[in-house]
Design a protein around this ligand. Structure first.
Ligand code: MN
Ligand code: MN
Length: 377
């Protein structure tokens, strides 16, 4: 480099330094950048939409913008109420029963059916486009969460049987169903959505398809999460997992219960392959999300709230309540993958860690060597 080149280079360095100081981003070194979207949504405060026989409310990218790939619906059904026969064109439906008892009827494109009771702690998985219905069978109100692998999903834009029949010419419906015009006139004139006609349905053993010879589905689309082993019981905190490994029908979604003892952390980690949707079943916690480029944000959640962590974003949870906290976590991939910060550090040579973190080797030796999902208080 000649003399002019050196001068220009040092001038450029000075300019870069001044520009860097003048335009040093406000979030540098801090935790929050105001332009970062909210990773939590106060779903607990959203009012329920009421029907005769049930209630519902929904959260997706329309009211929770960061949640681009997953939407959720909270629903209740009284005994004898039915969420009518319908399908979803744009998403699969994964569900968790919070309380009470439900009965699902699921029909495949091959005309096979599964009729099953799903109680508290139970799951179901309805593939995109398959016909289904849900009943509240009592005793008490059934409360459940529906999780869809499409952030724009809206419960109102599902394809309901009464909506279809009411908006098809009556003569066509009569021909299709083999009914008279007068009989067709008895059908609902608009979408029913939730219908309630007590009494509650009888035992499952007395319930069968209308037609004889209908085959049952080969593979079960319901799953009891409560029977799953409690993994990583560190300090009493654990998780129960239902990935496609445990629940094969749910090939592109995974769910888990995360149980955190007071003060305990779900250790810093990320998921290489999936977005994460969280619902607070009980208790409260803080969620820390790292979005790269110096951007991060801590959110506080309480029972009934929802959070969303985009694929690959670093995050951790910390129980802030006096008692245990249970979180339902759902991923839009059937393969559960996660990398813990501590595990990552443990797999690297000491020299790499000490050099990278700019600490003496004696300090890097103190870092954890074992993989841990939970860190007690
Ligand atoms: Mn549905
Ligand atoms: Mn996670």
């Amino acid at each position: 480099m000649n003399r002019l080149g050196v001068r220009l280079a040092s001038l450029a360095a000075v300019v870069a330094l001044v520009v860097g100081l003048l335009f040093r981003p406000a979030w540098a070194g801090g935790l929050t950048r105001s332009s970062l979207p909210a990773f939590s949504y106060p779903f607990s405060g959203l009012p329920l939409v009421r029907y005769d026989g049930g209630t519902t409310k929904q959260v997706g990218s329309y009211n929770f913008p960061v949640s681009t790939n997953i939407a959720g619906v909270y629903m209740t059904l009284e005994p004898g109420a039915i969420r009518e026969l319908h399908w979803h064109a744009m998403a699969a439906e994964w569900a968790y029963v919070i309380e009470g008892r439900t009965r699902i009827t699921l029909t495949s494109p091959e005309g096979e059916v599964q009729i099953a009771d799903v109680d508290q702690g139970g799951l179901w998985y309805f593939p995109r486009g398959w016909g289904h219905s849900i009943e509240g069978i009592g005793p008490g109100t059934a409360k459940f969460l529906l999780v869809f692998n499409n952030g724009a999903f809206k419960e109102g834009s599902t394809f309901s049987i009464t909506d279809w029949l009411a908006h098809t010419p009556a003569t066509w419906v009569a021909q299709n169903l083999g009914l008279t015009a007068k009989q067709v006139d008895q059908l609902p004139k608009e979408q029913v959505y939730i219908s309630r006609r007590p009494p509650a349905p009888g035992p499952l053993s007395d319930t069968k398809p209308r037609a004889a010879g209908v085959k049952p589905l080969n593979e079960s689309h319901v799953f009891d999460l409560t029977t799953q082993p409690k993994q990583e019981m560190r300090g009493g905190s654990f998780f129960q997992l239902a990935s496609a490994k445990q629940f094969p029908a749910s090939f592109n979604m995974t769910g888990a219960i995360l149980h955190l003892e007071p003060g305990a952390m779900r250790a810093m980690h990320w998921h290489p392959n999936a977005d994460e949707w969280q619902y607070v079943l009980n208790g409260s916690y803080d969620l820390s999300v790292f979005a790269s480029e110096g951007q991060a944000r801590v959110s506080s959640l309480k029972q009934g709230d929802v959070a969303y962590v985009p694929r690959g974003y670093g995050h951790a949870l910390r129980n802030t309540s006096k008692g245990p906290t249970d979180v339902l976590v759902v991923f839009n991939d059937g393969d559960y993958q996660s990398i813990n910060l501590n595990d990552w550090l443990a797999t690297n040579p000491t020299s790499v860690v000490a050099n990278n973190l700019q600490i003496p080797q004696s300090l890097s030796d103190q870092l954890p060597e074992a993989n841990t999902d939970f860190i007690p208080q």
